[in-house]
Design a binder for this molecule. Structure first.
Ligand SMILES: NC(=O)c1ccc[n+]([C@@H]2O[C@H](COP(=O)([O-])OP(=O)(O)OC[C@H]3O[C@@H](n4cnc5c(N)ncnc54)[C@H](O)[C@@H]3O)[C@@H](O)[C@H]2O)c1
Length: 362
């Protein structure tokens, strides 16, 4: 299913023009390899913004025209999880390639159904598990592969930010540990190179919200590597000056490799048996430029680039994020704080124009 004419740009359509849809448009516009022919959103304010930012695109409120247009090669699905399965199925039926946001559906059964449909088709598909496209995780993985830290034994991941608060959107994506945490579940599995074996999770219902917004899970992989993952959007939403704490810490039998970032710059520190290396480069945001490049390469080659995250990877990460939440629910699940504080957080975040994970762009 490779392309015969590499000179023409790849005709794409974006469905869902919120925060992520906007990022994809921006990257596709920067590259000559893409032409965004359609932008579809059900919200009139999103469509008004789309017309302004991409005057050459057809801006529509009904996705159907995209699936009926045979010249559209790639559909980018960036709306919310409740519409994703239907849209992926339609795209594949119309013989289009798919770039999907995560999660790939709103329940685990539907996610596996999507995987089955995609794997039985000739369409190329990928999902925005963006950490897999980052320079820093590749630098660390390469260092480990060289034997510099001995045998990888312990994977420690932490991502705490004053980001999306409960009730602010993404209801179909689940609590914080599923919506955002599945990235960290996925990257731990990517490093371990095998499947989860055991887990034990502790969570907390911050601000007395019905769902936990902080969770820490520890456990093992089939190959004996142990992990701990800490994730929460509970990190000082009302602090005068907001900050975050995000790192990965890989501990081997002989050395260590770690990374931290401030969302602008990522710092990788590699302490191996032969070399000590410090790398400090731009963070790279959601690495959508790399995802789009790998996907364009795949379309031209007629087969998926091996680095592209698969829908199966996304279903596994989602399934384990749910399993860890379920496990936390069977342990003590305390509540601290009250809904009044949560209301103060909503009010503050509504006024912010520059903040962590703000959804409203219009
Ligand atoms: N990969 C990542 O790092 C990452 C980060 C943030 C969000 N996401 C995922 O991306 C998706 C979108 O998140 P967002 O933050 O951009 O949300 P958002 O609320 O900013 O944008 C969603 C947009 O989709 C539109 N929409 C909803 N249903 C639609 C439909 N049926 N047809 C067309 N348009 C529709 C909404 O009007 C809105 O403009 C979510 O599923 C989320 O999980 C992924």
């Amino acid at each position: 299913m490779g392309r015969t004419n590499m000179k023409t740009s790849i005709k794409a359509a974006i469905i869902g023009f919120g925060r992520m849809g906007g990022f994809f448009l921006e990257e596709m516009q920067k590259s000559k390899r893409w032409e965004v022919a359609y932008i579809c959103d059900t919200n009139p304010r999103a469509r008004a913004l789309a017309k302004k930012l991409s005057p050459g695109s057809q801006v529509i409120d009904n996705e159907q025209a995209i699936f009926e247009d045979e010249s559209v090669e790639v559909v980018g699905l960036f709306a919310l999880a409740d519409s994703r399965k239907r849209q992926i199925e339609k795209a594949i039926r119309a013989k289009k390639h798919v770039i999907s946001e995560k999660p790939i559906a709103d329940t685990i059964d539907r996610e596996w159904e999507v995987v089955r449909i995609a794997e039985n088709s000739s369409s190329l598909t990928t999902v925005n598990l963006y950490l897999r496209n980052s320079w820093y995780h590749h630098a660390i993985k390469n260092f480990i592969a060289q034997g510099e830290i001995g045998e990888l034994a312990i994977i420690r991941v932490c991502h705490l930010t004053p980001g999306l608060a409960p009730g602010e959107g993404h209801e179909y994506e689940g609590p914080s540990f599923h919506d955002c945490g599945m990235h960290y579940v996925d990257i731990a599995r990517w490093y371990a190179g095998c499947e989860f074996k055991t887990w034990n999770a502790q969570a907390l219902r911050m601000w007395n919200y019905k769902d936990p917004w902080w969770l820490q899970c520890q456990g093992t992989f089939e190959n004996g590597i142990v992990f701990d993952i800490t994730q929460g959007h509970v990190y000082g939403q009302l602090a005068k000056d907001q900050t975050h704490n995000s790192y990965i810490d890989m501990i081997g039998t002989k050395g260590i490799a770690r990374m931290t970032h401030d969302f602008k710059t990522a710092v990788v520190e590699l302490h191996g048996i032969n070399e000590t290396i410090r790398q400090e480069w731009p963070f790279g945001g959601k690495n959508i430029d790399r995802l789009c490049k790998l996907f364009a390469d795949s379309i031209e080659a007629g087969r998926a680039h091996p680095d592209l995250p698969s829908l199966r990877d996304a279903a596994i990460a989602s399934e384990y994020a749910w399993k860890f939440l379920e496990n936390a629910g069977s342990n003590d699940l305390p509540a601290i704080g009250d809904l009044h504080t949560l209301k103060q957080i909503w009010e503050r975040r509504r006024r912010l124009t520059n903040g962590y994970g703000l959804s409203q762009r219009f």
